[in-house]
Design a protein around this ligand. Structure first.
Ligand SMILES: *[C@@H]1O[C@H](CO)[C@@H](O)[C@H](O)[C@H]1NC(C)=O
Ligand SMILES: *[C@@H]1O[C@H](CO)[C@@H](O)[C@H](O)[C@H]1NC(C)=O
Ligand SMILES: *[C@@H]1O[C@H](CO)[C@@H](O)[C@H](O)[C@H]1NC(C)=O
Ligand SMILES: *[C@@H]1O[C@H](CO)[C@@H](O)[C@H](O)[C@H]1NC(C)=O
Ligand SMILES: *[C@@H]1O[C@H](CO)[C@@H](O)[C@H](O)[C@H]1NC(C)=O
Ligand SMILES: *[C@@H]1O[C@H](CO)[C@@H](O)[C@H](O)[C@H]1NC(C)=O
Ligand SMILES: *[C@@H]1O[C@H](CO)[C@@H](O)[C@H](O)[C@H]1NC(C)=O
Length: 514
């Protein structure tokens, strides 16, 4: 019995010294945005066990709300506020009384609005100062004083943390300085631009939490539960930290340190830009690891917030852009496909309430940060924003997805293929190679380019000389760099590109052979 006590003593000492001081958890702060109605925002912190805590929400002299709690034996207290309409500023005061001792802590300039968490690797980490039109974007930061920003610091941990290990940018009113603090530091350009679009449309405060780390695989952001669902585990995979570039590769270490602390906060949703690191690691597991991460984060945030964060909260993501013009493998197209759980579009049956920004047409081989870091983040964020409006804000009739094929008709005599999409298409460019057919399967498909000849309303016509009678499969944009900037062949009338797809004739009712 002696050794556990020796082990526990320092932990208790630490908790005791941390606990006597009344405080909020470290990611609460002045200028923050808390989640508005219909959900309830959660406020928690540390105090003296047994003490009474009173949390008041007030607007200048106007008292709004009072909630009470008792500090638990583990030094934590927590209140669930009543649902708040959007607006502010509010003062939130926590008042502790224990025996004769009274103390209080205060958050000032707090607003209620929608809180979005932005995560992923370097393309989400890229700051506003690194993108096209940076100077103007930075100069306009002050126009959006009700979009509030917060950035977690780079920390990894072997155990799930309750609070952040460190904070790069505490809750702040946006300025040119904190939106462009330094390359790949803070603040995330995609996160910022997404948030300011939401603000302009919805006209209520938006809170943005940036928790990102470049060069990190999905395994690092996945809990042990999520890894386990895909046959991975913390132990067997701990060894994949071979690539010295970028952030940690070990499983769960960023989930533990940079995501888990937020599970007790009420959120509106998440946006995610990650996958590049998995083009060289567990690529063909991504169709499992990504849906598993989404499901696991949803459960964890729902439970951690005592059901205040919706179980199926909206989850948006960016389908990978381009890197190499000539690639020795098809890892990028495979990851793009797996990002949709092999459906090709989102939301889908395995990924409900998700939305996807397609970016195969935003390649930028002159980017000073390397072609893997394209600078047009405005278009990325705008496409995400459209998805959010449709999926998270119920704009049911908004077109937010590019065209996706419904049927493939094969005319074996003329050697024509007619691909019919689910919405009208704009043919922006003819191409001799972006569509490819599979002519034989020995032992795997040999893909041969077919040329686009014309389009009409919902359909595009392809000439297949290679194998008019025996076409077994068809794919589109299955290349690392399928088209030039904004010049893919196929868009819809709203300027959204058709996503890549791959489809096979075998047992597929969408294929019609004449
Ligand atoms: C306080 O509440 C009153 C009545 O609801 C309102 O007229 C007034 O504007 C409020 N003051 C502030 C500072 O919000
Ligand atoms: C804080 O607690 C003290 C002692 O219980 C009480 O007198 C005071 O009114 C409280 N303040 C607020 C804002 O609740
Ligand atoms: C909060 O604490 C300060 C001293 O730190 C004290 O002046 C103030 O009266 C306290 N407020 C309340 C409401 O107890
Ligand atoms: C931002 O504010 C500046 C003045 O500070 C104004 O000239 C400009 O038009 C504003 N831009 C937007 C997009 O509102
Ligand atoms: C981890 O990798 C190193 C170097 O590749 C190897 O020597 C070691 O056996 C591996 N450890 C485990 C637990 O797989
Ligand atoms: C993921 O993709 C791989 C490779 O295409 C495939 O073998 C596997 O069955 C897929 N897994 C899931 C869960 O769809
Ligand atoms: C935060 O959520 C975790 C997981 O549900 C829970 O164990 C923990 O007690 C929560 N923290 C607080 C302060 O309630």
């Amino acid at each position: 019995m002696a050794s556990p006590r020796l082990f526990l003593a320092p932990v208790l000492l630490f908790a005791w010294s941390a606990g006597t001081q009344l405080r909020f958890a470290n990611y609460y702060g002045d200028h923050m945005v808390l989640q508005k109605e219909p959900s309830c925002a959660i406020v928690w912190g540390y105090g003296t066990p047994g003490a009474d805590i009173t949390v008041t929400v007030s607007q200048e002299q106007n008292f709004t709300m009072k909630e009470i709690a008792e500090v638990r034996a583990d030094f934590k207290w927590k209140v669930i506020l009543s649902p708040m309409a959007s607006g502010g500023p509010y003062k939130i005061e926590a008042n502790q009384s224990y025996k004769q001792e009274v103390s209080n802590v205060t958050l000032n300039d707090v607003y209620f609005g929608d809180v979005w968490l932005c995560s992923g690797q370097s393309n989400m980490e890229m700051t506003v100062s690194q993108i096209f039109n940076a100077r103007q974007e930075l100069a306009e930061a002050k126009n959006y004083s009700l979009v509030r920003v917060f950035s977690a610091a780079l920390v990894e941990s072997d155990a799930e943390l309750e609070e952040l290990g460190a904070i790069d940018l505490p809750w702040s009113v946006p300025t040119a300085g904190n939106l462009g603090h330094g390359d790949f530091r803070y603040f995330s350009a995609v996160c910022w631009l997404f948030g300011r679009h939401l603000y302009s449309e919805l006209q209520h405060p938006i809170g943005l939490i940036d928790s990102t780390w470049g060069g990190t695989p999905i395994e690092a952001w996945s809990s042990n539960r999520a890894l386990h669902a895909c046959g991975l585990s913390v132990d067997t995979k701990r060894n994949l930290s071979l690539d010295p570039i970028g952030g940690p590769k070990s499983p769960s270490v960023l989930w533990n340190a940079m995501i888990h602390p937020f599970v007790n906060l009420t959120l509106k949703g998440v946006i995610w830009y990650q996958g590049e690191a998995n083009t060289i690691m567990n690529t063909d597991l991504y169709n499992c690891t990504f849906p598993a991460l989404i499901e696991d984060w949803r459960k964890a945030f729902h439970e951690g917030s005592q059901r205040q964060t919706q179980l199926y909260f909206p989850f948006g993501f960016v389908q990978l852009c381009t890197d190499r013009r000539v690639a020795p493998d098809d890892n990028f197209p495979r990851i793009r496909w797996h990002q949709t759980a092999d459906f090709g579009y989102a939301p889908n049956k395995k990924m409900p309430n998700t939305f996807m920004a397609v970016t195969i047409d935003l390649g930028d081989d002159h980017s000073p940060y390397g072609s893997i870091h394209p600078r047009d983040k405005q278009t990325v964020a705008y496409r995400l924003f459209l998805g959010a409006l449709a999926v998270a804000y119920d704009k049911k009739r908004l077109v937010f997805q590019g065209p996706y094929p419904q049927t493939v008709q094969v005319d074996a005599h003329l050697g024509l293929l007619k691909v019919t999409y689910n919405e009208p298409i704009e043919l922006r460019q003819l191409s001799e190679e972006i569509f490819e057919v599979c002519c034989s399967e020995q032992p795997v498909c040999k893909w041969t380019p077919v040329s686009i000849k014309a389009s009409l309303y919902f359909s595009v016509f392809l000439l297949n000389i290679a194998c008019p009678r025996t076409v077994l499969g068809l794919r589109y944009a299955w290349m690392e760099w399928p088209c030039e900037y904004m010049l893919c062949p196929l868009y819809n009338l709203q300027n959204l590109p058709a996503p890549p797809f791959i489809t096979f004739a075998k047992n597929n009712p969408a294929w019609i052979v004449w």
